[in-house]
Write a protein that binds this ligand. Sequence first.
Ligand code: URA
Length: 230
Amino acid sequence: MGNQEDQIKAFVKEELEIFGGPLYMPEAIQEAAEEKTQLSSEIKSLSDFNDAIQNCMNCPLGKTRTSFVFGAGNPDADLMFVGEAPGEKEDLEGVPFVGRAGKLLDDILKAIELSREDVFIANVLKCRPPDNRDPNKDEIEQCEPYLLKQIELIKPKLLVALGRISATTLLRTKDSLTAMRGQVFDYHGTDMVVTYHPAALLRNPNWKRPAWEDFKKIRAMYKEKRGESA
Ligand code: URA
């Protein structure tokens, strides 16, 4: 048996055969095994990936969450939205964007003739930060690889970062939303545009007009990338 990964797999298999259930594993081996499973190149489907990371305890949010909010929508979507983190309702239901902001996102999607079934919706963080505070550095470090793996599996043609926090986190910038809107960024090889977070539009309805301009462009880019006429 050549490498560490094979050894871990053989160990896990043997333990499963013997005990048929929960395993006893020295902590270091268990951690290594989990790490390998979660981002393993052997995971080829989104639902397998969801199963593999559902019980993530990589950061302290694992202890405070009600649900791990993987994301929802079409596993083959060409358009993928990335919000900040689950809020209270999302944490309770395990589904992203189901609160008031989510209802607005549904309406916006409808206005550009799309639905949740056409797109994939995820967040930078999969677990709710207490009191909806901003994601911290450790949480982002632990969670962003999950987003990258989701993108690898879904292969969207266009990413839309919803809101300043999502965009500045992913693009490692301190730019304002105004500066980022209208630009096309490269996020690990996939085109990414930035627009308002729907919750911000609820707080400030004056932003609905420029947001609508953004979404018309998003729709045009999406159609173009799919080779469809506008
Ligand atoms: N806000 C987000 O950024 N994501 C959600 O899932 C809900 C609200």
